[in-house]
Design a protein around this ligand. Structure first.
Ligand code: MG
Length: 421
């Protein structure tokens, strides 16, 4: 018996973010969600490239080579992102998750990388069928924190794997479809603010995929939607639902990406024609690699360390920022992670101030010692500047007082009015 999908998808910018870096595709044979990341509009581009590349799979899958073709499409998408970064090193760090299902009328072939999720409701039972490629999931797997603690962990969105890295290892699964199954693909903009229990309840109560998708997005918005929210709901049905339009949404369909669209289409085209010519792509990138030799050597060294640590896994660390304390004891901005991974410290000093951490009030000083994570390079620099600038009226730091020599030095908070002397 050949089964069918009845689907609906929505991608919403959310309440806080300026743009939408998620992308979504839904068709009769193929459904996918991608959550892009990286500054300079690169996250939009990454998820749009990936969705536009893998959308070619919305055809009945071949009987004998479905996993190979799925893997090829993902490899093409990754190559297209890498090519964009080689062309424009400012896009370094751009990447995207991908969670996608290719349906043959009986079996789902699932590919997954990152923290976008697939859930299934079957006969009232609700389960997550993907495993997040995140740092907190690793801690849960190792028994170091509970699943509940992971939901509130400050590093919960830190990815261990994403498309855009030099080496990617997506997870593949084959899952049998059963009439009545209701599947959800979503970005972390849903699974972060809305609990699994609430998602399950909505799926149980909604009459149609459209109603389920609308309700879930509304629940994320009601919870403050700090991130882009993308939800795709697909029911497995026995009756042919008739002609259903392909749906493409989020960054992949965003007209505001007009300029980048050209890049998306070019990247997708090139990726499709360069499947066997990966070596060429790498050698074309070499002149730029020489030009930016120091940067690339740093990145290469980083990848080697990361490869040693987690088999190429902790790639995302290099694009994270935190404010902490330098070896000299000064407030400093770092790239990387404020904690050790498998005994390795993955932190790189970016800017060191001449302001000792000891100037900060006790609570901030202890936050600095454990590392204050910041979201993205511009927020990192803003917060760092505000924290170290004595003229910013910053209550996190004890005031500086002029000394006889005209130098400044920190004084205890009790002597706060000394600047007026
Ligand atoms: Mg997200």
């Amino acid at each position: 018996m050949s089964l069918h999908l009845r689907y609906a998808a929505i991608s919403d910018r959310g309440v806080v973010r300026q743009g939408n870096q998620d992308s979504v595709f839904a068709g009769p044979h193929f459904i996918a969600v991608a959550d892009g990341m990286g500054g300079m509009a690169a996250g939009d581009l990454a998820s749009a490239i990936v969705i536009n590349t893998v959308a070619r799979l919305d055809v009945p899958p071949p009987a004998d080579s479905v996993v190979d073709e799925l893997a090829d499409a993902v490899a093409d998408a990754n190559r297209a992102i890498r090519r964009q970064v080689a062309d424009d090193p400012q896009k370094e760090g751009m990447g995207t998750t991908l969670t996608a299902l290719w349906f043959d009328g009986e079996w789902f072939n699932l590919v997954h990388i990152g923290d976008s999720r697939a859930y299934r409701l079957r006969e009232g039972g609700f389960e997550q069928i993907t495993v997040d490629d995140t740092y907190v999931q690793m801690l849960v797997d190792e028994g170091r924190i509970t699943a509940e603690e992971a939901e509130r962990h400050p590093q919960r969105s830190l990815l261990l794997r994403a498309l855009g890295a030099a080496e990617v290892e997506p997870a593949f699964q084959t899952i049998k479809g059963v009439p009545g199954d209701r599947l959800v693909l979503c970005s972390d903009g849903l699974s972060g603010p809305v609990s699994d229990a609430d998602i399950a309840r909505t799926l149980q109560n909604a009459a149609t995929p459209q109603e389920a998708a609308e309700t879930l997005v509304q629940q994320a918005l009601d919870a403050g939607a700090p991130d882009n929210v993308t939800v795709l709901v697909a029911d497995v049905v026995t009756e042919d639902p008739g002609e259903q339009r392909q749906f493409i949404g989020g960054a992949a369909a965003d007209a505001r990406l007009a300029e980048s669209d050209t890049a998306v289409l070019r990247a997708v085209k090139e990726a499709e024609h360069e499947g066997e010519a990966e070596g060429d792509a790498e050698s074309e990138a070499q002149p730029k690699a020489r030009k930016h030799g120091r940067v690339w050597r740093t990145i290469l060294a980083t990848f080697i360390v990361l490869a040693l640590v987690a088999g190429g896994g902790v790639w995302w660390a290099r694009t994270q920022y935190f404010i902490g304390v330098s070896e000299a004891g000064n407030i400093s901005l770092f790239r990387g992670l404020p904690f050790e991974v498998a005994g390795y410290r993955l932190a790189w000093l970016d800017i060191e101030s001449d302001r000792p951490a000891a100037d900060a009030v006790d609570s901030v000083e202890s936050d600095l010692e454990s590392g204050i994570t910041v979201d993205g390079p511009s927020a990192a620099e803003d917060e760092f500047s505000a924290l170290v600038d004595p003229d910013a009226g910053n209550e996190s730091l004890d005031p500086l007082c002029a000394t006889a020599a005209g130098e400044t030095e920190a004084v205890p908070a009790a002597a706060k009015d000394c600047r007026d002397d």
